[in-house]
Ligand binder design. Sequence first.
Ligand code: GTP
Ligand code: MG
Length: 294
Amino acid sequence: MTRAGFVTFVGRPNAGKSTLLNRLVGTRLAIVSPKPQSTRERVVGILTDDTTQLVLLDTPGLLEPRYALHKAMQYAAQQAIADADLVVHLVDATSDRPEDLTALAQLPAPPTAPILVVLNKVDQLAPGRREALREEFPDAELISAATGEGIDALLAAIRRRVPESPFLYPADDISTQQTRFFVAEFIREAVMDQLEEEVPYGVAVEIDEFREGSTPLYIRAVLHVERESQKRILIGSGGSRIREIGRAARERIETLVGEPVFLDLWVKVLANWRRNPAALARLGFQVPTEESRP
Ligand SMILES: Nc1nc2c(ncn2[C@@H]2O[C@H](COP(=O)(O)OP(=O)(O)OP(=O)(O)O)[C@@H](O)[C@H]2O)c(=O)[nH]1
Ligand SMILES: [Mg+2]
């Protein structure tokens, strides 16, 4: 009998959820950044061995929503919690303590799935501090998503907790999401790496054209920004910044698709898109209405 199930990673921004997804799948699928709020939508990674298939759901960091994009991000996390067979609540052990997930995710009722508390970034802790955490939270797993420490024990703990089930997806799939989703994310990752303060948060990437069968693979993407001033920063003097963003993103895209890519980037203003439900819907975000809340 095989096991299979949905395992949802949740936690505060920057806890290391996306790093953990990439570590387990063994591929850089999800974008990672030292800046918080890098993940905006559910990212799916699949890990299959002979007996168990884990469908891993990475989610946006949980925060108090301040505008419509935040509400869509919180809703994505809430939905992934509702879909879960197991919730992995990831905590940055260098800065935070385990806390009540129902309150943190602003859920109307506790999740039905079991919750496994995982303390991350233990590579940054002194040995004495680790021991103290082990004693205080005996049911928690201590890991470093960055170094791989504790990952085998975590995987065993996860596998024990997913239900008996046939596999849900073909055994060699690593995601359910299309390449164009990851292309847009890798462009946004390059923006997060190269620009500071508010600018990365004001950028949304839309894939306009993805020309299958062309050599090199032609991809045209639009980087939407909220204001003219952000557009100028993103383009840079003589187009230097957008060229550099394109170069960095193209390298990652080529690694994913395994062929040469021509990446054609355009910058446009979509005024205040983060606060505008119609603009968010056009960009593919689901903004909850009162009725659709869990
Ligand atoms: N030292 C250390 N750093 C880590 C570890 N795991 C993640 N990080 C770093 O923490 C930062 C945030 O990691 P992410 O994986 O982007 O965190 P996240 O939880 O997905 O963040 P959001 O998507 O913003 O909610 C990055 O700089 C990672 O390199 C770890 O085990 N040890
Ligand atoms: Mg993330």
